[in-house]
Write a protein that binds this ligand. Structure first.
Ligand SMILES: [Zn+2]
Ligand SMILES: [Zn+2]
Length: 139
């Protein structure tokens, strides 16, 4: 178990170095919280990381997450009506959003075509689809 944790630390340290960010305790902790695979907002990240770090402000986490976003370490998903959530960058995917509690789940759908030819003069380079409904807990 301890060994596994050490390997995870190594991987996280490497990820930070790969994108040219200095490895600090708080950065490592925030990355570890995000590596749970969940979609977490700044408050949730702060709460989880603070439990292990002692002191940590949500402003500090916000700044860290912005750096992670700029360097491509994490991706952001905007939830209308709730704070944005973040996750470790991985395979491209779409999201399902619970309109009742704001829970987010990953979903893989076939690649979507970009309708460039139907929008004159536009240069489209990405597509984001959000499926909305109720999660199992809210149904
Ligand atoms: Zn829900
Ligand atoms: Zn996701």
């Amino acid at each position: 178990m301890a060994r596994e944790t050490a390997q995870t630390d190594e991987a996280m340290i490497q990820r930070l170095r790969d994108v040219g960010l200095r490895v600090t305790g708080p950065r490592l902790e925030v990355l570890k919280v995000l590596s749970s695979g969940e979609h977490l907002d700044v408050e949730a990240i702060t709460g989880a990381a603070r439990a292990r770090l002692g002191t940590l402000t949500s402003q500090a986490v916000y700044d860290m997450v912005r750096h992670f976003l700029d360097t491509g370490l994490v991706t952001k998903f905007d939830r209308p009506g709730w704070p944005a959530v973040f996750e470790i960058a991985g395979k491209p995917h779409q999201h399902a959003l619970c309109v009742n509690c704001g829970r987010v789940a990953n979903i893989s759908v076939p690649r979507q075509e970009l309708p460039d030819k139907r929008l004159r003069g536009w240069n489209l380079d990405s597509v984001e689809i959000t499926f909305k409904g109720e999660c199992p807990d809210c149904r």
